[in-house]
Every structure is written in C-alpha cells, then in structure tokens.
Write a protein that binds this ligand. Structure first.
Ligand code: NAD
Ligand code: UDP
Length: 322
C-alpha cells in the first residue's frame, strides 16, 4: 500500500485531499497543528485503518516513522485575515515548514508536491497570469508575509529538485471554494454566505470592480492528483479561468441565498490584487486538465453545506490555537 503524508490535513483543501487519497487506496497520514483547521473536517476518516492523524507544527522538525511515497505540503494559513493575524507563523510554515517537508522527502525518497498560490503574481501586471510571469509583489506590505513565504517555498523547492534531485511538483492554486471552508475565515465566499445567512448586508471591499476566478474544490483536487502523478517539475497554474468582479459575485450570492440584504461598500485592503485569472494552457497541455464544475453548480453545493451547519457556527469568531 502506498503511503502519503498530507500537511494541513484538517484544513479545507487538505481534508478533501485526504478523502481523495483514501478513495484511491492509499495509506494517508494527515498532519496539522489545527491553527486554522478543524478536526471535524477529518472526523469521518479517523476510525479507518488506512488513516492516521499526527498533531504537529510542521515548522518544527518532522518525524514520520516508516516509508513515504508522496508528501503533499498544504499547511499554511490561506485567507488574508488569517495570515494578517498570524504573520510570523505564516512566514515560518512557508519557509521552515517547506524546508522540513523537503528534507523529509529527501530522506524518504518521496515525491513532494507543494501548494503555491496565485499570490506569487501579487497585483499582476500581466493578465491572464501565465506561469512564466514573475509577478508584482510588495514584499513589505501586509500580504507580503504570505506572498513572499510562498515565493521562497517555490525557490527552495526548485533548489531541492536541482541540487538534491528530489522529485518535486509545484501547483499555483487560484481562488478555490467549496464545503469545509471556515465560515469566519474572511474569504469572500464564506463572508458573503455567512452574512446572507445571518441577515446582514454583504460587505464588498473597494468599489467591487476587482476580479477573481473561482474554482470548485473537486476540480482542484483532480488537478493536484494529475500533477502529482505527472513528471513535470515546473509550476502549474490550477484554477478556473472564468473571471467575475466581486460586485457581480455579491449579486450572485444575493440571488443564490434569496437574502433581502444588499451590498455595502467597505474600504479596500492594502495591496488587494485588482485582477486575477489563470492562464491554464499548461495544465491543459501537460495534464489534460480543465475545470468541469460550473460556478452555478459549485455555489449551489457549497451553499447546501453552509446551510447544513449548526446555527452556532454562524456566530463563531475565529479562534487561533498555538
Ligand atoms: P486552511 O486554513 O483551511 O488549511 C490550512 C491548514 O494548515 C489548517 O488546517 C491549519 O491548521 C494548517 N496549518 C497551518 N500552519 C500549520 C503548521 N505550521 N503546522 C501544521 N499545520 C498547519 O486553508 P486552505 O484553503 O485549505 O489552504 C491550504 C493550502 O493551499 C495552503 O498552503 C494555501 O496557501 C494553499 N492555497 C489555497 C488556496 C485556496 O483558494 N483555498 C489558494 C491558493 C493556495
Ligand atoms: N472581499 C470582499 N468582501 C469580503 C471579503 C473579501 O469584497 O467580505 C474581496 C477582497 O477584497 C478581494 C476578493 O473579495 O478583492 C477576494 O478576497 P479573498 O479574501 O476571498 O481572496 P484573495 O484576496 O486572497 O483573492
């Protein structure tokens, strides 16, 4: 049985990856320090003989007994309000955490895939973003803690590939959504749906003309799986190229939820990218991948999930654990 270590396993994407690898017949070791994740996301896996959970901060030396075939490094705060509240931890998990994962991959002879992000392009001057664009990042702005950690992550990953011959994969993930996002994580989709469910107005930052391109989680997981199984070591964008303004997105959520509330404008956070859309030519050519789930369908599934949560979840404040 092949063995895979997934860091960030109790988070949104990590928990979906655990599900996928269990389904594919792997022995899955989920690792997480629960700083932004929640054990309830993997509760359904914990009694399986092919799943184990290790509570550990990957910014510290990682010790995993036995063999490993694959490592998926997904541990990191991912939403702007999370990484603004825990900036040092964010820098550490992207740098030291990645270094530890790469060292483990080298020691075990495992192939490693690291979760990078469209944020490496910063507030992009090239649109849509191709993988050969080097980006436009403010290193000392508040978002720099995330963007620069992820840029360092890519650099050290390529160095381990070139210098140590470790089999590495780098995925640049564009805004992804779906069940198990945290309602209070501040990202736009849970923010809007949470506000609609609580009967509050929907807070649009800036004038809402900034764009994003939203990918449903199942499509992303398929892209990750294909990239891991490929022999391609350069970064690959995975995201849905259908672009929308945040104002239009708010209007879609109003329609989806049937709320009587309205959009209200709030100040735009510093360095908020004005536009974002992946060029997915590389993923199409190398992985034969493109998204299958329309935004209408993905939003419907995600709304069903949020509606099914106990009411107290709607009013829970973010709780960071160290
Ligand atoms: P999330 O916050 O739901 O999950 C992150 C998980 O990592 C949490 O369970 C958290 O507790 C854990 N974690 C954080 N620091 C850790 C540490 N030092 N040691 C061990 N565990 C730690 O976020 P997500 O949306 O699932 O994002 C997962 C990964 O994907 C991140 O690396 C993020 O940068 C990347 N990513 C996500 C998106 C997206 O749209 N969701 C986009 C680009 C990149
Ligand atoms: N946003 C918004 N209202 C909110 C939360 C976010 O208008 O309540 C905006 C945010 O300013 C950004 C976009 O929605 O322009 C996407 O934000 P998110 O935090 O989801 O992701 P990121 O900025 O990392 O793409």
């Amino acid at each position: 049985m092949k063995r895979v270590l997934i860091t960030g396993a109790a988070g949104f994407l990590g928990s979906h990856l655990c599900d996928r690898f269990i389904k594919e017949g792997y022995y899955v070791i989920g690792m997480d320090n629960l700083v932004t994740g929640d054990l309830k996301n993997i509760e359904h896996l914990r009694s399986l003989p092919t799943f184990e959970f290790i509570h550990h901060d990957v910014s510290n030396y990682i010790d995993v007994p036995g063999e490993l075939d694959y490592i998926l490094h997904f541990a990191s705060p991912a939403s702007p309000i999370d990484y603004l509240k825990i900036p040092i931890q964010t820098l550490k998990v992207g740098s030291l955490g990645t270094h530890n994962c790469l060292g483990l991959a080298k020691a075990k002879g495992a192939r490693i895939l690291v979760a990078s992000t469209s944020e490496v392009y910063g507030d992009p001057l090239v649109h849509p973003q191709t993988e050969d664009y080097w980006g436009h990042v403010n290193p000392i702005g508040p978002r720099g803690v995330y963007d620069e950690a992820k840029r360092f992550q890519e650099a050290i990953t390529m160095a381990y590939h070139r210098y140590h011959g470790v089999e590495t994969r780098i995925i640049r993930i564009f805004n992804t959504y779906g069940p198990r996002m945290r309602l209070n994580d501040g990202r736009v989709l849970p923010a809007f749906i949470g506000q609609a469910l609580r009967g509050e107005d929907l807070t649009v930052f800036g004038d809402g003309s900034q764009t994003r391109s939203f990918c449903y989680v199942d499509d992303l997981v398929e892209g990750i799986y294909r990239l891991l199984m490929s022999d391609y070591a350069e970064p690959v964008n995975i995201g849905n190229p259908v672009e929308i303004t945040i104002k239009q997105f708010g209007e879609e959520i109003i329609k989806l939820t049937g709320t009587k509330q309205q959009l209200v404008l709030k100040p735009l956070p510093q360095d908020d990218p004005k536009q974002r859309r992946p060029d997915i030519t590389r993923a199409q050519q190398i992985l034969g991948w493109e998204p299958q789930v329309t935004r209408e369908e993905g939003l419907r599934r995600t709304y069903e999930y949020f509606k099914s949560l106990p009411e107290e979840e709607l009013y829970k404040a973010a709780n960071y654990r160290f």
